[in-house]
Unconditional design. Structure first.
Length: 183
């Protein structure tokens, strides 16, 4: 069980503070967050297969794009919502830090996935560790997908990296990883 709030830093200009697991009026769990992003930083195109993501810009300018659509920007007070299954990306499109609040629902493994991913990025100068990326994206593929790594690499190379990573003991740190949500 996590103690909230706590902040993760990916070493590439993004800091996320997990505020806690909340329940909405229907009883569904969501994870509430605050995010700070430096100019130009933000995740690549990705999809949450099972989680809705909502963010409200508190300060700064956030660029965003849905796969196949034109890029747009949102400013202070504007809210962005990405339904489950909709591929999207966002980034700080301004010249000062962007700050926004938001949530993902249902929470599922969002907190674990991002904490592990950010830790690996921070340990590798802001770039994802390929062994970590292979493990996390394979294990949680029913929940998340990144478009930054070609599908062929994810399908053919990542399984080999996972086997190699296990043999080399690179995944001992993931021994308590929660089970993925079944498709």
């Amino acid at each position: 069980m996590s103690t909230y709030p706590y902040t993760i830093d990916n070493g590439a200009g993004e800091k996320m503070t997990f505020l806690g697991i909340m329940r909405d009026d229907s009883g569904a769990e969501r994870i509430d967050v605050e995010m700070r992003a430096q100019p130009g930083s933000g995740p690549p195109m990705h999809v949450h297969h099972r989680q809705e993501e909502v963010m409200t810009v508190q300060s700064g300018t956030v660029g965003y794009q849905v796969l196949g659509e034109e890029s747009r920007t949102a400013g202070e007070g504007e809210t962005l919502a990405f339904a489950a299954g909709i591929a999207h990306r966002w980034w700080n499109a301004g010249t000062t830090e962007a700050y926004f609040t938001g949530w993902s629902k249902p929470a599922y493994n969002m907190e674990y996935f991002l904490t592990a991913l950010f830790q690996g990025m921070r340990e590798h100068g802001g770039n994802p560790d390929m062994f970590d990326m292979a493990f996390l994206t394979r294990r949680y593929r029913s929940e998340f997908r990144t478009y930054a790594v070609p599908g062929l690499v994810q399908t053919l190379i990542f399984p080999v990296l996972v086997v190699l990573g296990r043999a080399l003991g690179k995944y001992d740190k993931f021994k308590d990883a929660p089970k993925p949500v079944k498709a």
